[in-house]
Write a protein that binds this ligand. Structure first.
Ligand code: NDP
Length: 291
C-alpha cells in the first residue's frame, strides 16, 4: 500500500484556523500583526518565496511590507535599514530573505535584527534558547515539521531520526527539536552531511528520515527501511520541457519512496506551506508579546 501523504496544506489550514481568534483579539486592541521583509537583489526563487509570504499576510488581513534593495546594497546600508525597522512599532517581525549577495556577511545581518522581532528564529539569542531547551522563536521550517508530525500523531519517542543536512535554518534546529526530552519527541538523532561516509547506511536504519540537503531526488525507496516516515524539506527546480521550463522536486524520489515508506510529505504541498504558516504564527506571537 502506498504511504500516507502528510499534507502541509491540511495542517497549515488548521494552523490558520487556530490563529483567527488570536488575530481578532489583537485587532480588538488596535494591533495588526506586521511583518517587514527585506529582499536584496533579484534572485527569482527568493522573489517567489517573498511573494507567497506577503500574499498570505494580506489574505489573513495582516500587515506586511517588502523592502526591495538592489543587489549592490552595502552591508552598512542594509544594517541601517534593519535598525530603522527595529524601531518601527508597525512591525512585530522582521525577515531578511536569504541567501544574501556574497559581499554581505549574513551572520552580521541576522545579528542586527532585534531578537524580539526575529520571527525567523535565526538570531544567536533565539538559536541559543532553542539549544538550551527554552525556545522563544523557533525557526519556521523545523517548527512546521514538528507541527506536521504532531498533527498526524507521529510519536518520535524512542525512535531513530536521521537528518540529512546541518544548516542553521533546517538540519541543526530539527535535530535539536526531535531529540528534546518531552512527550512525542525524545528521539535518538543522527545528523548526516557532506562529510558523512555512506549516508544510506544511516537512512536504512532510520524510523524517520528528514531530508534537508538540497539535492534533487537524492533518497530513493531502496535507501529506507519498510514503513519509515520521510519528511522531505528539499525544494529543487529541475528543468523540464514545459511552459514553465522547470518543475519542483524534493530531496527524495517520491515514486519509489511512496512504495516503501509508511508516510511522506509531498513536494510541493508538504513542508513548504508549513514554513509560511509558522512565520505567520511567530509574527502573531511577537505581536502578542508586544502587548
Ligand atoms: P544548505 O545548503 O544551507 O544546507 C545543506 C546541508 O546539506 C548542508 O549541511 C550540507 O552539508 C548538506 N549536504 C548538501 N549536499 C549533500 C550531499 N550530497 N550529501 C550529504 N549532505 C549534503 O540548505 P538549507 O538547509 O537551507 O536547505 C536545504 C533544502 O531545503 C534546499 O532544497 C532548500 O531549498 C530547502 N528548503 C525548503 C524550505 C521549505 O520551506 N520547504 C525552507 C528552507 C529550505 P555541509 O554542511 O557539509 O555543507
Amino acid at each position: 500500500m502506498d504511504a500516507q501523504i502528510l499534507s502541509g496544506k491540511t495542517v497549515s489550514s488548521a494552523v490558520y484556523d487556530g490563529l483567527t481568534s488570536r488575530i481578532e483579539n489583537l485587532k480588538s486592541k488596535g494591533i495588526i500583526p506586521g511583518l517587514a521583509v527585506i529582499l536584496v537583489g533579484e534572485d527569482p526563487a527568493s522573489q517567489v518565496y517573498v511573494n507567497s509570504k506577503t500574499k498570505k499576510f494580506s489574505t489573513l488581513g495582516l500587515f506586511s511590507e517588502t523592502i526591495k534593495l538592489p543587489a549592490d546594497t552595502s552591508e552598512n546600508d542594509l544594517i541601517s535599514h534593519i535598525n530603522t525597522l527595529n524601531a518601527d512599532d508597525r512591525f512585530h517581525g522582521i525577515l531578511v530573505q536569504l541567501p544574501l549577495p556574497k559581499h554581505i556577511d549574513s551572520d552580521r545581518i541576522l545579528n542586527t535584527i532585534t531578537p524580539e522581532k526575529d520571527v525567523d528564529g535565526f538570531h544567536p539569542v533565539n538559536l541559543g534558547n532553542l539549544t538550551a531547551g527554552k525556545p522563544t522563536f523557533i525557526p519556521c521550517t523545523p517548527k512546521g515539521i514538528m507541527r506536521i508530525l504532531s498533527h498526524y500523531n507521529i510519536d518520535l519517542s524512542g525512535k531513530h531520526v536521521v537528518v540529512v543536512g546541518r544548516s542553521n535554518i533546517v538540519g541543526r534546529p530539527i535535530s535539536i527539536l526531535t531529540s528534546m526530552k518531552s512527550p512525542m519527541t525524545n528521539a535518538t538523532v543522527t545528523i548526516c552531511h557532506s562529510g558523512t561516509k555512506d549516508i544510506f547506511q544511516y537512512t536504512r536504519q532510520a524510523d524517520v528520515v528528514i531530508l534537508a540537503l538540497g539535492s534533487p531526488e537524492f533518497l530513493q525507496g531502496d535507501h529506507i527501511k519498510d514503513g519509515a516516515v520521510v519528511i522531505d524539506v528539499g525544494i529543487n527546480r529541475v528543468d523540464v520541457n514545459s511552459e514553465k521550463g522547470y518543475k519542483l522536486v524534493g530531496d527524495g524520489e517520491e515514486a519509489s519512496l511512496l512504495k516503501k515508506a509508511s508516510a511522506i510529505t509531498p513536494v510541493p504541498g508538504g513542508v513548504g506551506p508549513m514554513t509560511i504558516a509558522m512565520l505567520v504564527e511567530n509574527t502573531v506571537e511577537a505581536a502578542e508579546r508586544s502587548l
